[in-house]
Each structure stands twice: as C-alpha cells, then as structure tokens.
Write a protein that binds this ligand. Sequence first.
Ligand code: ADP
Ligand code: CIR
Length: 343
Amino acid sequence: MKHPDFTDKHESLMEKNLTPDLFTQLQDVVTKNGFTLHDVINSGLINPDSNIGVYAGDTESYQCFAPLFNPIISQYHGFDENTLHTTNLNPADIDANDPDPTNKYIVSTRIRVGRNLADMPLGPAITKSQRHDVEARTVAALAKMSGSLSGHYYALAGMSDEVKTQLVNDHFLFKAGDRFFEAAGLNRDWPAGRGIYHNIDKTFLVWVNEEDQLRIISMQAGGNIQQVFARLTTALAELEQYLSFAFTPHLGYISSCPTNLGTAMRASVHIKLPCLGNNMAKFKAITEAHHVQIRGIHGEHSESEGHIYDISNRRRLGVTEVECVQDLYQGVVALIAEEQLLE
Ligand code: ADP
Ligand code: CIR
C-alpha cells in the first residue's frame, strides 16, 4: 500500500492528518485482532465526503495508530491529549427544565450512549461468531431488566420487512448500514447478530451490533430532558451489573468511531424551527456557539423534513454526560429564543 492519492474532494480529518511521513510510520502496524492502517482509513478513502474518515477495530487501534487518531480526536472534541476523561451520570446534577413545556417546538427527546464489551473487537473487526456471542450476552443481560425497563428482543433476521420499515420510520430502529459503514467493514454478515430490544412503551431501547455493539437509548415525546436522562442512567446501572464495557481513563468509553469516544453520548431533540430553517447562516452560528450539531430527521446523513431538525451535543469526550446534556439544553434554549424573535 502506498500513501493514498487524495483528490480535491477528500476533505476529512483523516486526509488532513495523514501526511506521507505518518503513513510510512504506520503502514505496517497491525493490532492483535489484525486491524491495519488500511482498515482504519478505508471509509474516508472510499468516501471523499467523510467528515472524519477513520474507524477503530479494537481498543488497541487507538494506541497502535495514536499518531493518526490523537490529532483527529483533539480536533473533533477539542480535547487536550493530556487530560483524563471524567464521567458524571448523576441525574440530580442536570439543570434542564423542559425548555418548551407547551410542546410548540420540541417533538421528542432522545439520549443514547454507545457501549462495547470489554473483551471483544469492535464492529469493524469483529467476526460473525463473536457478533453472535455479543448478541447472546446482551440479550441475557436485558432479560434481567426490571419494572418499566423490561421488554423483548427482536432479531433483525427474523423481522418482517413491514415491521422493520415501520420501526425505522418511527425513529426506533437503525437503518441498514450506509456506504460509510460498508467501507468500514461494519456491514459484514448483515443482518446476523443484529437486533433491537425495547420496553413496551418504546421509551427504553437497545440496538445490538450496529455501529457499536450496544446503543442504549432512552426517548419519549416532548422536551423533558431530565426524565429521559434519568431513565437512561437507571438502565445503565442495571446493565453494568451484568456486562463489562470497554473503557480507558484517557478515552472514556471506547467506540468504533472516534467521534463517539468518552461519554459516547448523543442527546438530541427533534425540533420544529421553520424561521431558522429559512435562515441557515444564523441557525449554524447559534449551533456552533453552543456546541450542538444539526442532523436531518432520519438520523445522520439524512435531510430535514417540514423544518424539523435533529439537534444534539457535538462534544462527547472531555466533557461529562451531564455536560453533554447541558450543551443540548443551552443550545435548544438559544435556538427557541431566536426562532421566537424571527416569528
Ligand atoms: P445515533 O443517534 O445512534 O448516532 P442516528 O443519527 O442515525 O444515530 O439516529 C438514529 C435514529 O434516532 C434516527 O431514526 C433518528 O431520527 C432518531 N432520533 C434521533 N434523535 C431523535 C429524537 N430526539 N427524537 C426521535 N427520534 C430521534
Ligand atoms: C464520516 O467520517 O463522515 C463518517 N464516518 C461519520 C463520522 C461521524 N459523524 C459526524 O461527524 N457527524
């Protein structure tokens, strides 16, 4: 393999950081799960429009390929390499009264974290049988969830297309992996080992073997951020009695995409902002000032519909879970205030 011939269209953090010298330094490095530099950068190479362009195959990837990952991690999260990541999952520390009690703007609130089992390779390097093992261990742990968190697991392989489409359209289930996942190796053996657990109300959900082995989700209609966070932390505490998750003191919870390291938390609202939607420059200035990100209504790489946007915290590493939620809250308060000025 030679240093890639990046085109004008390549604009990812990978392309910016992978100099010919760094390429030479890392080109023969292999992790104990067989993950190589080619595996790390393939998604960004095949997809020139990637923002980030790298994935990890295991926790060790972050150490073996640190000269490439570290600057990308710093540039994305604004995280100083010498800092230790800290966790705070205490709902009592959240100061986020419903920013829209009459539900004029906020349609729904969702908070998810990514988790991976400590003794397994990550999705881009995991084998089919390891993926089934992850599924079996996760389903066994979920079977012990109590009270309103108890529910059922549905394997993707056994699900009718009709049910699947409905769950995806209702924002509960992940879509089939896209071209970024494909090039990262995340779509291998699809749909084996993938599935979704949810409670009866679909307010607590767990995705199994998507981009991360577990995506643990709390969601509900309206803007009660505090309640959504509290449900998530209760569920996490229960699950941690049965499952041990990959974590390092420097990088926090380990995820396959470096944007999810640390808290691995994305706290979002679906919010109607027609005036700001017609004034994207102002919209983006507010989101950037408040460390929040705009996505479309069907998740990453999708478009908005009817001026409903997905607004979520951008930073996940070097900030606590409570701070991620406060970022969302401050951003939403500022956006609603501006929308009201423009109405
Ligand atoms: P992730 O949140 O796991 O990073 P996506 O951005 O692809 O992944 O979103 C996953 C799904 O969650 C999508 O269907 C998206 O519309 C839905 N979703 C995200 N935020 C909310 C929200 N606040 N309310 C309802 N659905 C949401
Ligand atoms: C990319 O590099 O663009 C994709 N692999 C997704 C990266 C994470 N998402 C994001 O920054 N919005």
